[in-house]
Design a protein around this ligand. Structure first.
Ligand SMILES: C[S@@+](CC[C@H](N)C(=O)[O-])C[C@H]1O[C@@H](n2cnc3c(N)ncnc32)[C@H](O)[C@@H]1O
Ligand SMILES: Nc1nc2[nH]cc(C(=O)O)c2c(=O)[nH]1
Ligand code: SF4
Ligand SMILES: [Mg+2]
Length: 225
């Protein structure tokens, strides 16, 4: 029996709003902790791991606002929660925070054995430890406060690359990154930062220019989690 536990900030069922799986009913597991420090990050409440902020699972599931509190759950306990909550989705998105700070093999193996498909959302700054079938979305950011470099192993494991953009510099950073890591066939998405009009216009014309895809965080436009 696997007893590894994961620090979970949020666990909820919704529609995947980003990347290739946009529109897919999904269960989101949001892990606590990220040292990368993107100034525009929309989940800053997941950055710190404060051991005094551990709460019981029932309280974490009942959260009505974003807080730094988290619960420790094993894969078996997570599957029990899915059952108790009556979740119907068969696709799991493991995000954060930075989920690749921990070994995700025990979690993804247990979820896949129970009949779920898995996807990870990661910045590509930590080694991606997961199952072979897991879909890996790498969202690289260059020169962030934490100073973490993007790993070649993560870029090469990526099933899709989803790059946040607001300025021409972000586009140049992405072009340099895909050249450096010799990325040829991986689908590339541009995701406008914080729904800004200029960022969205930049993403649209850059996608057309390079034959890349657009990801607009659909959940934020339709007001779901
Ligand atoms: C919150 S992050 C968590 C997973 C991981 N740390 C990462 O960065 O991929 C999930 C996704 O949201 C994106 N994201 C975060 N803040 C955003 C924002 N303000 N606008 C657009 N995308 C954002 C990230 O680039 C990433 O693709
Ligand atoms: N609906 C929805 N789709 C998402 N795709 C990636 C998300 C994330 O925060 O990683 C996210 C999220 O927070 N909500
Ligand atoms: S890597 Fe992800 S969670 Fe961490 S600060 Fe950047 S967007 Fe936020
Ligand atoms: Mg999000």
């Amino acid at each position: 029996m696997n007893t590894t536990s994961y620090k979970i900030n949020e666990l909820f069922e919704t529609i995947q709003g980003e990347g290739s799986f946009t529109g897919q009913p999904s269960i989101f597991i949001r892990l606590q902790g990220c040292p990368v420090g993107c100034s525009w990050c929309d989940t800053k409440h997941t950055w710190e791991i404060d051991l005094d902020q551990q709460i019981p699972a029932a309280q974490m599931l009942a959260k009505s606002q974003e807080t730094e509190a988290w619960s420790a759950l094993s894969p078996i306990e997570i599957l029990k929660v899915f059952n108790e909550q009556g979740f119907q989705a068969k696709h799991i998105v493991i995000t954060g925070g930075e989920p690749c700070m921990v070994d995700l093999v025990p979690l993804c193996s247990a979820l896949e054995q129970a009949g779920y498909s898995c996807q990870i959302e990661t910045s590509g700054t930590f080694e991606v430890l997961t199952t072979a079938n897991c879909w890996v979305t790498v969202s690289p950011k260059v020169k962030m406060k934490g100073g973490y470099p993007i790993l070649t192993s993560a870029m090469q494991r990526a099933n899709e690359i989803k790059h946040p953009v607001a300025t021409e510099q972000h586009v140049d950073d992405l072009l340099a990154l895909i050249a450096e890591h010799q990325i040829n066939d991986t689908p590339i998405y541009l995701q406008p930062i914080s729904q800004k009009k200029r960022a969205t216009e930049l993403a649209i014309h850059t996608c057309i220019k390079h034959n890349w895809r657009l990801s607009v965080q659909v959940h934020k436009y339709i007001g779901i989690e």
